[in-house]
Design a protein around this ligand. Structure first.
Ligand code: MTE
Ligand code: MO
Length: 218
Protein backbone atom coordinates (compact mmCIF):
# COMPACT_ATOMS: atom_id res chain seq x y z
CA UNK A 1 0.00 0.00 0.00
CA UNK A 2 1.39 3.36 -0.85
CA UNK A 3 0.98 6.09 1.69
CA UNK A 4 -0.56 9.09 0.05
CA UNK A 5 -0.95 11.19 3.14
CA UNK A 6 -0.45 10.89 6.85
CA UNK A 7 -0.11 13.00 9.93
CA UNK A 8 3.60 13.58 9.35
CA UNK A 9 3.56 14.04 5.60
CA UNK A 10 3.30 17.63 4.40
CA UNK A 11 0.58 18.46 1.86
CA UNK A 12 0.94 16.71 -1.50
CA UNK A 13 3.91 14.55 -0.46
CA UNK A 14 4.29 10.76 -0.70
CA UNK A 15 6.61 8.35 1.11
CA UNK A 16 8.12 6.77 -1.94
CA UNK A 17 11.50 5.11 -1.85
CA UNK A 18 14.98 5.25 -0.39
CA UNK A 19 16.92 8.49 -0.24
CA UNK A 20 18.42 8.55 -3.73
CA UNK A 21 20.67 10.95 -5.55
CA UNK A 22 18.26 13.35 -7.11
CA UNK A 23 18.75 16.24 -9.42
CA UNK A 24 17.42 18.00 -12.41
CA UNK A 25 18.57 16.68 -15.78
CA UNK A 26 22.12 17.62 -16.58
CA UNK A 27 22.86 18.53 -12.97
CA UNK A 28 22.18 15.00 -11.81
CA UNK A 29 24.34 13.32 -14.41
CA UNK A 30 27.18 15.81 -14.50
CA UNK A 31 30.37 14.30 -13.08
CA UNK A 32 31.40 16.12 -9.94
CA UNK A 33 34.59 15.68 -7.95
CA UNK A 34 33.48 15.72 -4.36
CA UNK A 35 36.46 14.56 -2.35
CA UNK A 36 38.68 16.74 -0.21
CA UNK A 37 37.72 19.08 2.60
CA UNK A 38 34.87 21.53 2.28
CA UNK A 39 36.03 24.76 0.66
CA UNK A 40 33.95 27.53 -0.86
CA UNK A 41 34.06 31.17 -1.86
CA UNK A 42 32.26 33.63 0.38
CA UNK A 43 31.08 36.41 -1.95
CA UNK A 44 29.05 39.59 -2.19
CA UNK A 45 27.67 41.72 0.62
CA UNK A 46 29.78 40.46 3.50
CA UNK A 47 32.37 42.07 5.75
CA UNK A 48 35.25 40.28 4.02
CA UNK A 49 34.78 38.20 0.86
CA UNK A 50 37.23 35.28 0.94
CA UNK A 51 37.72 31.54 0.60
CA UNK A 52 36.42 29.59 3.59
CA UNK A 53 37.84 26.20 4.49
CA UNK A 54 39.46 25.53 7.85
CA UNK A 55 37.56 28.40 9.46
CA UNK A 56 34.44 26.21 9.32
CA UNK A 57 36.04 24.01 11.97
CA UNK A 58 35.82 26.86 14.49
CA UNK A 59 32.01 26.56 14.48
CA UNK A 60 30.11 24.29 16.82
CA UNK A 61 29.48 20.84 15.29
CA UNK A 62 25.90 19.75 15.58
CA UNK A 63 23.82 16.69 14.71
CA UNK A 64 20.26 16.93 13.55
CA UNK A 65 17.67 14.43 12.46
CA UNK A 66 15.28 15.83 9.90
CA UNK A 67 12.95 14.90 7.07
CA UNK A 68 13.59 15.71 3.41
CA UNK A 69 10.93 16.73 0.90
CA UNK A 70 11.51 16.98 -2.84
CA UNK A 71 9.22 19.27 -4.80
CA UNK A 72 8.44 16.36 -7.15
CA UNK A 73 6.41 14.97 -4.20
CA UNK A 74 8.65 12.28 -2.64
CA UNK A 75 9.77 12.53 0.97
CA UNK A 76 12.17 10.66 3.23
CA UNK A 77 11.96 10.72 7.01
CA UNK A 78 14.53 10.94 9.72
CA UNK A 79 17.98 11.36 8.21
CA UNK A 80 20.79 12.33 10.52
CA UNK A 81 22.90 15.22 9.32
CA UNK A 82 25.98 16.71 10.91
CA UNK A 83 27.54 20.05 10.22
CA UNK A 84 27.32 23.68 11.21
CA UNK A 85 24.37 25.96 11.83
CA UNK A 86 23.99 28.47 9.02
CA UNK A 87 23.04 31.13 11.59
CA UNK A 88 26.33 30.64 13.42
CA UNK A 89 28.27 30.64 10.15
CA UNK A 90 26.60 33.96 9.37
CA UNK A 91 27.29 35.60 12.71
CA UNK A 92 30.83 34.31 13.19
CA UNK A 93 32.27 34.07 9.67
CA UNK A 94 30.16 35.57 6.90
CA UNK A 95 29.05 38.72 8.70
CA UNK A 96 26.65 39.96 6.02
CA UNK A 97 26.20 43.69 5.53
CA UNK A 98 22.85 45.10 6.71
CA UNK A 99 21.60 45.41 3.11
CA UNK A 100 22.00 41.67 2.40
CA UNK A 101 18.64 39.90 2.11
CA UNK A 102 19.19 37.01 -0.29
CA UNK A 103 21.80 34.25 -0.38
CA UNK A 104 22.69 32.36 -3.55
CA UNK A 105 24.28 28.92 -3.19
CA UNK A 106 26.37 27.71 -6.12
CA UNK A 107 27.09 24.00 -6.71
CA UNK A 108 30.09 22.43 -8.45
CA UNK A 109 27.78 21.05 -11.11
CA UNK A 110 26.56 24.52 -12.11
CA UNK A 111 23.32 24.24 -10.16
CA UNK A 112 22.39 27.21 -8.02
CA UNK A 113 19.51 28.40 -5.93
CA UNK A 114 18.68 31.43 -3.79
CA UNK A 115 17.05 31.66 -0.39
CA UNK A 116 15.98 34.54 1.78
CA UNK A 117 18.56 35.26 4.45
CA UNK A 118 15.84 35.42 7.12
CA UNK A 119 14.73 31.84 6.26
CA UNK A 120 18.32 30.63 6.51
CA UNK A 121 18.64 31.83 10.09
CA UNK A 122 16.21 29.15 11.37
CA UNK A 123 17.98 26.82 13.82
CA UNK A 124 17.45 23.73 11.61
CA UNK A 125 19.36 25.13 8.63
CA UNK A 126 22.78 23.51 8.35
CA UNK A 127 25.85 23.48 6.20
CA UNK A 128 26.20 19.70 6.36
CA UNK A 129 29.22 17.51 5.68
CA UNK A 130 27.94 14.21 7.09
CA UNK A 131 24.83 12.09 6.50
CA UNK A 132 23.92 9.12 8.70
CA UNK A 133 27.43 9.20 10.17
CA UNK A 134 29.24 8.99 6.81
CA UNK A 135 31.05 11.88 5.15
CA UNK A 136 28.93 13.29 2.33
CA UNK A 137 29.96 11.75 -0.98
CA UNK A 138 28.87 12.22 -4.57
CA UNK A 139 25.33 11.00 -4.02
CA UNK A 140 24.21 13.46 -1.38
CA UNK A 141 26.23 16.57 -2.08
CA UNK A 142 29.78 16.22 -0.77
CA UNK A 143 31.84 17.69 0.54
CA UNK A 144 29.34 20.31 1.78
CA UNK A 145 25.65 20.96 1.16
CA UNK A 146 22.81 23.02 2.49
CA UNK A 147 20.17 21.31 4.62
CA UNK A 148 17.02 23.42 5.06
CA UNK A 149 14.34 20.88 6.02
CA UNK A 150 11.42 23.32 6.01
CA UNK A 151 12.13 24.11 2.35
CA UNK A 152 11.82 21.88 -0.71
CA UNK A 153 14.84 19.83 -1.76
CA UNK A 154 15.71 22.12 -4.65
CA UNK A 155 16.71 24.82 -2.17
CA UNK A 156 19.12 22.38 -0.48
CA UNK A 157 22.06 22.98 -2.82
CA UNK A 158 24.68 20.21 -2.96
CA UNK A 159 28.43 20.36 -3.64
CA UNK A 160 28.65 24.01 -2.53
CA UNK A 161 31.47 26.00 -4.18
CA UNK A 162 30.27 29.51 -3.41
CA UNK A 163 27.90 31.30 -1.05
CA UNK A 164 26.95 34.74 -2.30
CA UNK A 165 25.11 37.37 -0.25
CA UNK A 166 23.00 39.79 -2.31
CA UNK A 167 20.67 42.65 -1.75
CA UNK A 168 17.81 41.13 -3.73
CA UNK A 169 17.08 38.59 -6.41
CA UNK A 170 17.66 40.86 -9.38
CA UNK A 171 20.10 39.30 -11.81
CA UNK A 172 19.55 35.89 -10.30
CA UNK A 173 17.99 33.13 -12.45
CA UNK A 174 17.08 29.52 -11.77
CA UNK A 175 19.66 27.50 -13.75
CA UNK A 176 18.96 27.03 -17.44
CA UNK A 177 17.10 25.36 -19.06
CA UNK A 178 14.57 25.39 -16.21
CA UNK A 179 12.09 28.26 -16.22
CA UNK A 180 12.29 30.72 -13.37
CA UNK A 181 8.67 29.82 -12.55
CA UNK A 182 9.86 26.50 -11.14
CA UNK A 183 11.63 28.40 -8.37
CA UNK A 184 9.60 29.83 -5.51
CA UNK A 185 11.38 32.56 -3.50
CA UNK A 186 10.68 30.71 -0.22
CA UNK A 187 9.57 27.17 -1.19
CA UNK A 188 8.23 26.33 2.28
CA UNK A 189 7.06 22.72 2.41
CA UNK A 190 4.33 23.32 4.99
CA UNK A 191 2.79 26.06 2.83
CA UNK A 192 3.22 23.96 -0.33
CA UNK A 193 5.12 26.74 -2.08
CA UNK A 194 6.28 24.52 -4.93
CA UNK A 195 6.54 27.05 -7.74
CA UNK A 196 5.41 30.49 -8.79
CA UNK A 197 2.04 31.06 -10.46
CA UNK A 198 1.55 27.41 -11.44
CA UNK A 199 -1.15 25.86 -9.20
CA UNK A 200 -0.23 22.80 -7.12
CA UNK A 201 -3.03 20.61 -8.54
CA UNK A 202 -1.35 21.00 -11.92
CA UNK A 203 2.26 20.83 -10.88
CA UNK A 204 2.02 17.72 -8.63
CA UNK A 205 1.09 15.17 -11.35
CA UNK A 206 3.53 16.72 -13.81
CA UNK A 207 6.41 16.47 -11.33
CA UNK A 208 5.39 12.91 -10.38
CA UNK A 209 5.82 11.83 -14.00
CA UNK A 210 9.42 12.95 -13.93
CA UNK A 211 10.44 11.15 -10.74
CA UNK A 212 11.12 7.65 -12.22
CA UNK A 213 13.26 9.16 -14.95
CA UNK A 214 15.26 11.25 -12.50
CA UNK A 215 15.93 8.24 -10.28
CA UNK A 216 16.85 5.88 -13.12
CA UNK A 217 19.27 8.30 -14.69
CA UNK A 218 21.02 8.91 -11.37
N1 MTE B 1 24.34 20.97 -6.80
C1 MTE B 1 23.09 20.47 -6.86
N2 MTE B 1 22.30 20.61 -5.79
C2 MTE B 1 21.04 20.12 -5.80
C3 MTE B 1 20.51 19.49 -6.97
C4 MTE B 1 21.38 19.35 -8.08
O1 MTE B 1 21.01 18.78 -9.12
N3 MTE B 1 22.65 19.85 -7.99
N4 MTE B 1 19.21 18.99 -6.98
C5 MTE B 1 18.31 19.52 -5.95
C6 MTE B 1 17.09 18.71 -5.79
S1 MTE B 1 15.87 18.96 -6.93
C7 MTE B 1 16.91 17.89 -4.72
S2 MTE B 1 15.43 17.08 -4.43
C8 MTE B 1 17.99 17.61 -3.77
C9 MTE B 1 18.25 16.11 -3.75
O2 MTE B 1 19.19 15.77 -2.81
P1 MTE B 1 19.79 14.30 -2.79
O3 MTE B 1 20.49 14.06 -4.08
O4 MTE B 1 20.70 14.27 -1.61
O5 MTE B 1 18.64 13.34 -2.66
O6 MTE B 1 19.19 18.29 -4.09
C10 MTE B 1 19.00 19.60 -4.59
N5 MTE B 1 20.28 20.24 -4.69
MO1 MO C 1 13.94 18.00 -5.91
Amino acid sequence: MSVESGPELPPGQTLGHAFIRFGLGRFRTKPVVCDGPARFELRGMVAKPRAIDRELGTLERISQTSDFHCVTTWSVFGREWQGFRFAEFCAALAQPLPQAGTVVFHGRDGYRCAMQLSDLLAPDVLLADTLDENPLGLVHGGPLRLVAPAHYGYKNVKHIVAIEFRKDRRGYRFPRPYPALMDHPRARVAMEERAQLVPNWLIRPIYRMFVPRAIKGG
